[in-house]
Design a protein around this ligand. Sequence first.
Ligand code: PBG
Length: 326
Amino acid sequence: MEPRDRPRRLRTDGVRPLLSETTLSPTDLVTPIFVDATTDERVEIDSMPGHERVPVDESADRVLEVMETGVEAVMMFGIPESKDEMGTRAWAEDGVVQRAVREISAETDAYVITDLCLCEYTDHGHCGVLEDGAETDPNLTVDNDATLELLDRIAVSHAEAGADMIAPSGMMDGMIGTIRAALDRAGFENLPIMSYAAKYESAFYGPFRDAADGAPAFGDRRHYQMDPANAREARREIALDVEQGADVLMVKPALPYLDVVADLRREYDHPVAAYNVSGEYAMLHAAADRGWLSLEEVAHESLLSIKRAGADLIITYFAEDVAEVL
Ligand code: PBG
């Protein structure tokens, strides 16, 4: 029997571009930027080749470099000059992110998204205020409601500095609703929130924790970030953030969780973001270094796959490299 259906008819070079279902554009991509208040020189991040921590006064230059590649948006992370139990430098008017955002907004047209979390600012490295005894009792962890109040302050301080979008990543219950209300009260009702809606407790964040110096000093984040085994739970997390007023919904990490991205895409008409995290970046670099993979091709294929699954925008350390060859 000769096959009647021959999908190969549509794989000739002439027709493939006409039929391509997914395209990648530099304007789909967001580059994470690390601004470090403890240094006056750029410092390479070993586990994330091509990425550096930059001092505050070079933050605008760093963003201009990004924009030269066609990428127009950045996600800001800060390493503060000092840390304490509450993470007070996270909402300081002269905090590292606040100063950098002011400089970037003054000197560039970039769209500036700020990651909103406490883990880089607390001396224990957790994403909020600790419950009494959390250091020694593995059942204890971050106090949800006490943390919400601090997240409100951080959000307003980022808004006052000129952030274009706020991205809370701490996985506290109720954080989107309380941050939305705090921003509205402060007159920032038009400032959008991108929620890290389904953020998993993932080992793929390893290299980032070196980059941003935010590893927990004890324990892990399993009491607040999601169990990698769960997809139905992601639906519930996402529904809660929608109810609380999230404007953009993010899934993180990206590649190991494309089922969650695809499910979110089917369920909601909100813009969908996916965070192609540090470990997803580092492992491709490591394999390419050994000559086992072609970096440019696997990077492009990774981002294309994330879009195919349903993401509208991708936060990725590959943004500049991929945008440059698009
Ligand atoms: C802060 C935060 C983390 C990442 C983004 N925001 C670390 C974490 O949750 O432990 C990870 C990003 C990456 O791995 O690229 N809460």
